[in-house]
Design a protein around this ligand. Structure first.
Ligand code: MBD
Ligand code: FE
Length: 312
């Protein structure tokens, strides 16, 4: 039995009431957004004949997502984080702003407060013995494409099991393992030693994985390294690089891969390079320069206040 009640005047008036549009209290923007989302949801229930069983399955799933703390995980999985990036790109294009270093999504696993150093940091504690040594470095540039001493490079990545410190279900990593803040040196250079991370997979059996499976999708990401790059006179850049050669580079459940964010990896086996970097074995090298963009009328028009509050 199919019925359509969405267009009924009492349903339209009910949508206004439940969104608070017929009262003068509350927050106008919240009302506007709630009214639109509830309108779209009512319409979908009507058009798709969503059954009570399907509806309550969805509600139970939302409770599971919340209880697991995975709203920030299914969000990139459903492409919302990437869609928001595409919108920021389109806004920049309309304003004539070029982003020489593309932005890409933050993901849910940043932790504020990592140890800070100037020029160089070692990110890993040396206990992940499966990891291939990585040396990554580059120059941070200002809006005029000149080196930017003092720029802040926050970097974080997971270990060879795909686990991030602070979110490691095995509890084996110390706080801030593979998380550091590096202040670019007097030549705008940053450099770090770490290990090449593995890809990430959403927790097995989690509500995030259950939805992805129902969509015929997986919850895997290619190996990647996250960055925030900031400076008081520039817009904060949120980005990631992928580890070249990972088979999932174009099959990321979080849709974060972008052209310009897959730098070449150089393998070094020769004694001279090994000694030059103070290492004791072969290592991989990634060189990746970063370009920041100017403030707009003195402000970062993309500042994400909610994520700043959440991290504080
Ligand atoms: C990650 O490590 C990540 O970067 C994203 C976007 C989602 C889940 C895990
Ligand atoms: Fe990640």
């Amino acid at each position: 039995m199919t019925v359509k009640i969405f267009d009924r005047p009492d349903v339209q008036s009910f949508l206004k009431t439940l969104s608070g549009l017929d009262n003068s209290k509350g927050n106008a923007r919240m009302k506007e957004i709630t009214h639109r989302l509830m309108t779209d949801l009512f319409r979908a229930i009507d058009d798709l004949n969503i059954t009570p069983d399907e509806y309550w399955t969805g509600i139970a799933w939302l409770n599971d997502i919340g209880a697991a703390g995975q709203a920030g995980l299914i969000s990139p999985g459903l492409g919302l984080d990437h869609f928001i990036d595409e919108r920021l790109d389109a806004i920049d294009a309309a304003l004539g702003i070029d982003n020489p270093t593309p932005r890409t999504i933050e993901g849910p696993l940043y932790v504020a407060g990592a140890p800070e150093s100037v020029g160089f940091a070692r990110l890993d504690d040396g206990r992940d013995l499966d990891g291939q040594t990585l040396i990554m470095h580059g120059v941070v540039h200002d809006a005029d494409k000149k080196p930017l001493p003092g720029a802040k490079v926050e970097v974080w990545h997971c270990d060879t099991r795909g686990f991030y410190s602070h979110f490691d279900p095995t509890g084996l990593q110390a706080p801030f393992n593979m998380r550091r803040t590096i202040i670019a040196d007097e030549n705008g250079r940053y450099k770090f030693q770490s290990i090449l991370p593995s890809g990430y997979g959403v927790p097995p059996g989690s509500p995030t994985e259950r939805l992805l499976s129902a969509l015929g999708r997986h919850g895997q990401r290619p190996a990647h390294i996250h960055f925030f790059v900031s400076d008081p006179n520039h817009r904060k850049l949120t980005t990631q690089i992928n580890i070249e050669g990972d088979p999932l580079i174009n099959d990321d459940f979080a849709y974060a891969t972008r052209e310009g964010l897959v730098p070449a990896i150089k393998e070094h086996n020769d004694e001279n390079s090994i000694r030059e970097h103070g290492l004791n074995g072969p290592f991989a090298e990634i060189e990746f320069d970063i370009y920041l963009t100017p403030l707009l009328d003195g402000v970062d028009n993309q500042a994400n206040e909610q994520r700043k509050r959440a991290a504080a």
